[in-house]
Design a protein around this ligand. Sequence first.
Ligand code: SER
Length: 321
Amino acid sequence: MSDRPMKRILVTGTAGQIGSELVMMLRDMYGNDNVVAGINRSPPSDKVRDSGPLEVININNKRDLYDLVDKYDIDTIYNMAAILSAVGEKKPMLAWDVNMNGFHNILECAREKELVRVLNPSSIAAFGPETPRDNTPQETVLKPRTMYGVTKVAGELLGDYYFRRFGVDVRGLRYPGIISSETLPGGGTTDYAVAIYYEAIQNKKYECFVKEDTILPMMYMPDALKALIDLAKAPLEDLVHHCDFNVGSMSFSVKELADAIRVHIPELEVTYEPDFRQEIADSWPMSIDDTAAREEWGWSPSHDITSMTKDMIEKLSKTLL
Ligand code: SER
């Protein structure tokens, strides 16, 4: 079933940080009318709303999901709807419901309607304090301490199960923190790495909720989009892994990030007021071994902290100042 070309795509979570940009890139690639933007609680950007079909979809409502897939003859779903790590700790049952039950509805829909493909991102949150933090291997200990992480590990396993048991072509990768200039991230632990740019440009100061020596893996949005789309396009026969690819790009401490921004905004002052998100950050990897992604579908990121910072500041200065 997976060698059929993709025709009609549904992207869920398109009010979110990644979904809002992914849907625009897919519309460029496949035509505006062939990519349906799904939103639920939050409103879409004007660009998303005005450029193609838009539908309210709660992935927890199986009937509505099936009807939407029928209405547009959808054959591929990018499931970007998720409750992230920090909100997930405040609302663990909601995180389970959206990230697990919602995803399960998507998998069942793909199985019953024989869809071509499902993409479901996982996260570095799949790892936990017992995982080696340096150059974290592809195959390693998966004992997350957040509900978000629990749902991501379970989602990887469930997706792999649907592939092996039912032949549903489900694919996913473990995103690090994603940095971008279009839509703010909503409720994650790595949000500080985006907020610092906004605050640097608008106020020249930032109070960070993790310590300055906190190091986490990060990725710039153009690479994050490329990763998911390249994975989606990879020939199935080349894949050994399916739902759990490590993908690395760059790693830095908050201090290193602040220093990179100071090249452009020397007055930036950063203070540190760690909160509950510090413990989450400390349980995640500092850097990622992504050999499997490189070998199986040619993963290779383009941006580093210097090129990303230059681009972020150029783009945000235009919209914020
Ligand atoms: N950015 C996410 C979070 O912080 C990690 O996948 O929750």
